[in-house]
Design a protein around this ligand. Structure first.
Ligand SMILES: NC(=O)C1=CN([C@@H]2O[C@H](COP(=O)(O)OP(=O)(O)OC[C@H]3O[C@@H](n4cnc5c(N)ncnc54)[C@H](O)[C@@H]3O)[C@@H](O)[C@H]2O)C=CC1
Length: 351
């Protein structure tokens, strides 16, 4: 990735201004996006959806159609240099065709989006609740309506770190006043998380990218919901719970909220309030490292058998640390929940 960006900025120095000062995260993100495009080649629908989201999301960086050829040249030069033993004229022609088709899909989606949506939304912090030394729940009021579907995430830029964006899931269903909540953990090397938790307060502004992500409710399903959130992975599943409970469909909702310690159940009072307002909701806290009053003890995959009690008839949604998501998806399959009914968003959301 370093070689690629070196080539790109040598050829088009002005493109450097679109990127943040530190490029480490950018390298990972670009590599993940490329991998996802390669792995989606045999699923054209998923690929088209993904490229459309990427194209829209790139508007906030200031990327234009005219920038794509420079990226094509730098990427092609990188592949030629690092895959020289298998690189042929045919391989290069096939690669260039694939790149151009992806670039065209992204640029086209961005141009269509520009007809009626801004590249980013300015939002004011109207509430900042510090729930732990490294965790805050922020309520933001976007200056203009931000349409989203529960389960989606937005990229966030804090004033302290221009051009550095991190995705966070929206933790609520759409509200009349248009506000949204984010659950943010400050990680040791996390630029945006640290800025949002420790250096952002009431009245400050942040920038939000367009909502994206497909971990949303299936409108055609009336199956009961099993929602599992580990740590701040609670955010998207809480939004899904609010949406399901607000609808007349009458779906039962089992919400499992997992933490390492009792103190990690940072949103339990709000979840209990929601539970007391809705007979269809059952909230089950699970704590992995210590016994805690009113919570199951253990890891999510270990407690699932007692929670599901032989019934695999749910639509399941899982968010949280990647190892938790993977282990839970495997456990759900073993318990008879088909993979097509297990939803997660491992590649995109996170803090
Ligand atoms: N903030 C947000 O909007 C969203 C965050 N996420 C992701 O959720 C994660 C939340 O992290 P934290 O709050 O620090 O969670 P955490 O580290 O406090 O862990 C939460 C739960 O996951 C379990 N867990 C952790 N590592 C595990 C492992 N290796 N195997 C099995 N279980 C494990 C823990 O036992 C605990 O129950 C991050 O990876 C973030 O990217 C996902 C969606 C949205």
């Amino acid at each position: 990735m370093r070689y690629f960006y070196g080539r790109l900025f040598a050829a088009r120095p002005r493109l450097r201004t679109l990127f943040p000062p530190a490029m480490g995260d950018q390298h990972d993100r670009f590599f993940n996006a490329l991998s996802r495009i390669v792995w989606s080649q045999d699923n054209p629908e998923e690929l088209a959806r993904h490229l459309e989201g990427l194209g829209r999301g790139h508007r906030k960086y200031g990327v234009l159609r005219e920038h794509y050829p420079a990226v094509e040249e730098a990427l092609t030069a990188t592949l030629r240099a690092f895959a020289s033993d298998v690189w042929t004229a045919e391989a290069e022609a096939a690669w260039r065709a694939a790149y151009r088709s992806a670039a065209d899909a992204m640029a086209g989606a961005a141009e269509r989006d520009a007809l009626d949506a801004p590249p980013w939304w300015v939002a004011e912090v109207v509430r900042h609740e510090r729930r732990a030394f490294d965790l805050a729940v922020l309520t933001l009021r976007p200056e203009r309506p931000l349409p989203f579907t529960p389960g989606q995430h937005v990229s966030v830029q804090a004033a302290r770190w221009p051009r550095v964006w991190r995705p966070y899931s929206i933790a609520n269903a759409p509200r009349r006043d248009g506000t949204i909540c984010l659950h943010v953990r400050a990680r040791p090397a996390g630029w945006v998380g640290g800025a949002l938790v420790r250096h952002t307060g009431l009245g400050d502004s942040v920038l939000l990218g367009p909502p994206d992500g497909t971990m949303t409710l299936d409108p055609g399903s009336d199956r009961p919901l099993l929602l599992i959130g580990g740590g701040t992975g609670l955010a998207p599943v809480k939004a899904l719970a609010e949406q399901a409970l607000a609808s007349d469909a009458g779906r039962e909702v089992l919400l499992v909220v997992a933490a390492r310690t009792e103190g990690g159940l940072y949103d339990l009072p709000a979840l209990r309030q929601l539970e007391s307002a809705h007979a269809r909701l059952q909230v089950v806290p699970v704590v992995s490292r210590e016994p805690a009053a009113g919570a199951l003890t253990g890891r999510v995959p270990d407690v699932l058998p007692q929670l599901l009690d032989g019934s695999g008839g749910h639509d399941a949604y899982v968010a949280g640390p990647a190892p938790l998501v993977r282990a839970t998806v495997t456990a759900l399959q073993r318990l008879g929940v088909p993979l097509t009914r297990v939803h997660h968003d491992l590649l995109t959301a996170g803090d």
